[in-house]
Write a protein that binds this ligand. Structure first.
Ligand SMILES: Cc1cc2nc3c(=O)[nH]c(=O)nc-3n(C[C@H](O)[C@H](O)[C@H](O)COP(=O)(O)O)c2cc1C
Length: 141
């Protein structure tokens, strides 16, 4: 019965290939993302390395779609692949308008990414990676 009172949260995960990646670019992306996401009630995480972006966006109802549409047209990355879209009862990154973290050692090697592993992740694998990541980083999770 308790579940009936919980809000529905839309989760969206995509991967992409950075264009012109450096420290300043990632700082800029995160600064604008945090401003906008705070206004739009979006939380999430962006995992980055020179060869990959993997982003998790979440928001009650379906408003993440508008932000994703904007992100899709951004010239600072290409080769976007939507990996997972689902409705859950809770947020994974409830305290972060947009975390930004370098790829961790348990994630993917350069060789794996070059071989296309990331863009071929199943929805389950992509979700499981962020579940694991959020347990490490979000104290409320
Ligand atoms: C990898 C990547 C992730 C991004 N993530 C977000 C995000 O979570 N929220 C957001 O508003 N913009 C994000 N952006 C930036 C958008 O593409 C766009 O530049 C920005 O939303 C425009 O904001 P404005 O309409 O306030 O000028 C991201 C861009 C890239 C390249």
């Amino acid at each position: 019965m308790r579940n009936q009172n919980k809000k529905k949260v839309k989760h969206l995960i995509y991967s992409s290939n950075p264009v012109g990646f450096d420290d300043n670019v990632i700082k800029e992306i995160l600064a604008v993302s945090r401003d906008n996401n705070t206004k739009n009630d979006i939380t999430g995480a962006l995992i980055y390395r020179q060869d990959l972006y993997l982003q998790f966006l979440e928001r009650p109802e379906d408003e993440v779609d508008n932000t994703y549409k904007k992100i899709m047209t951004d010239k600072r990355h290409n080769d976007l692949h939507k990996l997972s879209e689902s409705i859950d009862s809770r947020r994974l990154f409830s305290t972060s308008a947009m975390r930004g973290d370098p790829v961790e050692t348990w994630m993917w090697s350069y060789e794996e990414v070059k071989g296309g592993l990331l863009k071929n992740l199943s929805a389950e694998e992509a979700s499981a990676a962020f579940e694991k990541f959020s347990k490490n980083v979000d104290q409320f999770n």
